[in-house]
Design a protein around this ligand. Structure first.
Ligand code: KIV
Ligand code: NA
Length: 265
């Protein structure tokens, strides 16, 4: 199996083939997603929510991201693996951004990094790119800035914020980013960005007129029961499947049904 490269992702945009991307945080899940044909696996800092149970993405550390990333990389044969730089590991200090990136690349074996923001983090992006590491941008709803926004509602509905987003997207492309994630913005704005830019634009809650889609894997598999935003499509109800399986196990143990003679040595 040939590994996906940034070059192939670029070709997909040019051919009009949509890019599929999901998050992954551990080896077993990464193995399944990779074999199922997902093009890009994102070791998202959403691990802070999904894996660790924090309310926001802010608490997750660089060491924890590296642990998740190295687990994912070991499960992958084909997918391109991107790792989020966690909050506090790159903002306002390009040396630290480069140092964090080098740790991720060396210690996890991932293929690229993602970070949130535009003009504010220009120096960090330039420095990481100059080290030869592919960078994916992330604009729109950027969860590391949740306390600035105050809510997780749709971003860039007003013209000023929409214009800044377009400017930031153009800047990220100019700097050399290979792709950009647009999170939770109006479909029309996402379309404008995807049409204007030559690099692949990956949407989450950004409508259909972009070059690819990303979802948090626990959300699309229906493991998280309560999280039901409009942009989410659930492809399974694993919460019910898993609950029922575990309830059956508990029942069988309590009733001395498991293990039976055939299941014993
Ligand atoms: O951390 C994450 O899961 C992400 C995606 C939602 C794009 O950044
Ligand atoms: Na993220």
């Amino acid at each position: 199996i040939k590994r996906i490269t940034t070059h192939q992702l670029q070709n997909m945009k040019e051919r009009g083939e949509k890019i599929s991307m999901l998050t992954a945080y551990d080896y077993s899940m990464a193995t399944i997603l990779d074999a199922a044909g997902v093009d890009v696996l994102l070791v998202g800092d959403s691990a802070s929510n999904v894996m660790a149970g924090h309310e926001t993405t802010l608490p997750i550390t660089l060491d924890q991201m590296i642990y998740h990333a190295s687990s994912v990389v070991r499960g992958v044969k084909r997918a391109f693996v991107v790792v989020d730089l966690p909050f506090g590991s790159y903002q306002g200090n390009s040396s630290e951004a480069l140092r964090s990136t080098i740790r991720i690349m060396k210690e996890s074996g991932a293929h690229g990094i993602k970070l949130e923001g535009g003009a504010e983090i220009k120096e960090s992006i330039t420095r990481i790119l100059s080290a030869g590491v592919p960078v994916m941008g992330h604009l729109g709803l950027t969860p590391q800035s949740i306390y600035k926004f105050g809510t997780y509602s749709v971003r860039a509905k007003e013209e000023a914020e929409a214009q800044k987003l377009i400017d930031d997207a153009l800047l990220l492309q100019e700097l050399g980013c290979f792709s950009i994630v647009l999170e939770k913005i109006p479909s029309e704005l996402a379309r404008r960005v995807a049409e204007k830019l030559t690099i692949p634009i990956i949407g989450i809650g950004a409508g259909p007129h972009v070059d690819g889609q990303v979802l948090v894997v626990h959300d699309m598999l229906g493991i998280n029961k309560e999280f039901k935003p409009r942009f989410l499509r659930r492809y399974a109800d694993l919460h019910s499947v898993m609950t029922e399986a575990v309830q059956n196990y508990v029942h069988d143990v309590k009733n001395k049904d498991f293990p039976n003679e055939q299941e014993a040595y």
